[in-house]
Design a protein around this ligand. Structure first.
Ligand SMILES: C[S@@+](CC[C@H](N)C(=O)[O-])C[C@H]1O[C@@H](n2cnc3c(N)ncnc32)[C@H](O)[C@@H]1O
Length: 210
C-alpha cells in the first residue's frame, strides 16, 4: 500500500538528509527499499524487542540497515547482499553514515555465504531478498535465531501478486508465487514459531521462535 493521503503521511517520522537522499536515489534507480509505513512498523517492533544482534538478508543500498542501526544504537547489524552494483552503492552510502561502525556488509549469496562461523546467533533476522527463496532462507538462518528471537519477513504480498488467484499471476512469476504460498502455509502451521501477518506495506510476517 502506497502512502495515499496527508493524514497517513503525517505519521511518518522525519528522516536525516542522508536517508532522504537514499529514498530519492532508490526511487530514481528503481531500488526496491522497504516502503515507509512498513519500515515504521518494523522499527517500532524492533524498539519493543530491543535486539542486540540483527541479521538482514537483502541489503540493497543499506537503507533499512542504516535505519535499524539508527533506531537501535546498541545493536550490531550484519547484512548480506549479492548484487555487485548495489554493494558498491551501499558502501558509498554507508561511508557517509554516522552508524557505519554498527553495520557489517557481507558480500555474496545469502544461501552460500558462511555467516555462522563469525556470527553464531542473532536476536532478530530480517528477510527481504529473493521472494521465491524464502523457505530456503528460513531453513538456513532460523537455527541461528535464539529462543524468543524474532524473524521479520517482508514482501509477503509480492507487490499484490500473492493474494491473486494463481491463474491471474503472470506465468513467469507463478513458481515464485507458489513457493511463497507454500512457505506461508508451512510457517503458519509450524509449531516452533508463533507467526502473525501484518497487512502493511508489501505484507510483513512476524515469526517468534518458541
Ligand atoms: C528488496 S531489496 C532489499 C531492500 C532493503 N532491505 C531495504 O529495505 O533497504 C532485496 C535485495 O536482496 C538482494 N538479494 C536477493 N536475493 C539474494 C540472495 N540470495 N543473497 C543476497 N542478496 C540477495 C537483491 O539483490 C536486492 O538488492
Amino acid at each position: 500500500m502506497a502512502i495515499s493521503d496527508a493524514y497517513t503521511q503525517s505519521f511518518i517520522q522525519p528522516r536525516s538528509a542522508l536517508l532522504m537522499e537514499m529514498e530519492q536515489f532508490a526511487k530514481e534507480n528503481y531500488v526496491p527499499i522497504m516502503q515507509l509505513p512498513a519500515i515504521e512498523i518494523l522499527l517500532q517492533l524492533l524498539r519493543i524487542q530491543n535486539p542486540k544482534t540483527i541479521l538482514e538478508i537483502g541489503s540493497a543500498i543499506c537503507y533499512s540497515a542504516i535505519r535499524m542501526a539508527e533506531t537501535l544504537p546498541q545493536a550490531k547489524i550484519v547484512t548480506i547482499e549479492r548484487d555487485d552494483t548495489r554493494i558498491e552503492q551501499a558502501k558509498q552510502f554507508l561511508s557517509r553514515s554516522t552508524v557505519k561502525e554498527n553495520i557489517v556488509l557481507l558480500e555474496g549469496d545469502a544461501l552460500e555465504v558462511d555467516v555462522e562461523s563469525n556470527y553464531p546467533s542473532f536476536d532478530a533476522v530480517f528477510i527481504d531478498a529473493a521472494k521465491g527463496q524464502y523457505k530456503k532462507f528460513f531453513e538456513k538462518y532460523s537455527p541461528l535465531v535464539k529462543k524468543g528471537g524474532i524473524l521479520y519477513i517482508d514482501n509477503m504480498y509480492m507487490h499484490g501478486l500473492s493474494n491473486l488467484d494463481i491463474k491471474e499471476v503472470p506465468k513467469r512469476k507463478r513458481t515464485m508465487i507458489r513457493n511463497l504460498h507454500q512457505f506461508a502455509e508451512w510457517i503458519i502451521e509450524n509449531p516452533d514459531y508463533q507467526s502473525s501477518f501484518f497487512p502493511v506495506g508489501d505484507g510483513l510476517l512476524i515469526c517468534i521462535k518458541r
